[in-house]
Design a protein around this ligand. Structure first.
Ligand code: AMP
Length: 305
């Protein structure tokens, strides 16, 4: 089944306890489409970059089977820029700088060939743009998933609440779930958020895994305890790309299949954090992915007598 992804395509500057990078390629949609490319061949991107964005990176996306016909290049403008600094625990970070640049007036154009996508991934970007994309599709996709972050809760609360009413699955981290629901207990937070629109909620907890909520059902997926975590940037997006890529490839949106998808998403995210930026997720093999998933199965299986 075909997947349409929108979201930021960016330059990032990162600082972790292990080192610092100058501008490297990042952005939510970059991580999502790369991760999803391991599952689906119909992987369509809608995003915007400036004339400063390297053609090499667009070529790399294309070699991963990503259709970039929906990637607008504004020659005279600059690509979205984000800079983040991680605390020593690597689970929390501060945004040091954010320059919306081309994203500020982004008018998403959906190529005709993308119109009948069955799965829509609204990656991190302004909620008003996320809504515009839903409205510009002639037919509602079978499943719409949305990712967002605290920044948009601070600057675009009303737009966010509006678009939440239009989606099926929301993925946010624990801090954002508390901010959105004004509840500390994640269970209470989930109940409140599911009343805002999404029937399914995924709360990411970094190195402590992820929780999947749907109605009264809850499933927990661990994160793989890794010896070294270099850079958590993009882990959430890589997770989302693995999750929705797996759902699109199996075309099964049942809760049971979402449990499998959350493990595939977690496996993809575990690769992402092993190196800086997108470095680790650009040349994985199917075998690498399957072996990693088996590690999760071993990690979380037990028998009871
Ligand atoms: P994650 O670590 O999965 O939360 O995502 C990190 C990516 O999100 C980085 O590559 C950034 O370029 C991108 N990003 C950070 N802030 C924003 C924002 N406000 N809107 C869109 N993308 C963002």
């Amino acid at each position: 089944m075909s997947l349409l992804t929108i979201g930021s395509v960016a330059f990032d500057a990162l600082e972790t306890p292990f080192g610092k990078t100058d501008k490297i390629i990042g952005g939510a949609a970059t991580y999502i489409t790369l991760a999803a490319s391991y599952f689906t061949q119909k992987n369509n991107l809608v995003a915007v970059v400036g004339g400063d964005f390297p053609q090499d990176m667009i070529n790399l996306l294309q070699t991963h089977g990503v259709n970039t016909d929906g990637l607008q290049i504004k020659q005279d403008e600059k690509t979205f820029f984000w800079s983040g600094k991680y605390h020593t625990d690597m689970n929390t970070r501060d945004t040091m700088d954010i320059q919306l640049n081309v994203m500020e007036h982004f008018d998403p154009v959906i190529p005709e060939a993308y119109q009948n996508c069955e799965y829509l991934m609204l990656g991190n970007t302004a909620p008003a743009i996320q809504r515009m994309v839903i409205e510009r599709l002639h037919k509602r996709p079978k499943l719409i998933m949305l990712d967002t972050m605290n920044f948009w809760m601070d600057v675009a609360w009303d737009d966010l609440i509006q678009v939440l009413g239009m989606v099926d699955v929301l993925t946010i981290n624990d801090e954002e779930a508390r901010l959105l629901s004004k509840e500390y207990s994640l269970r209470k937070a989930a109940a409140k958020i599911m009343k805002m629109g999404p029937k399914t909620l995924i709360i990411k907890k970094g190195e402590h895994g992820a929780l999947l909520f749907q109605g009264d059902r809850i499933f927990f997926a661990p994160a793989l305890p890794l010896e070294e975590v270099f850079d958590p940037t993009g882990a959430g997006d890589t997770f989302a790309g693995g999750f929705i890529g797996y759902l699109a490839s199996t075309d099964d949106t049942s809760f049971e299949n979402m449990k499998r998808a959350i493990i595939y998403g977690s496996a993809m995210a575990s690769f992402c954090v092993e190196k800086f930026g997108t470095e680790r997720i650009v040349n994985l093999t199917e075998q690498d992915v399957n072996n990693r998933v088996l590690e999760f199965v071993k990690l979380a299986s037990f028998e009871i007598h």
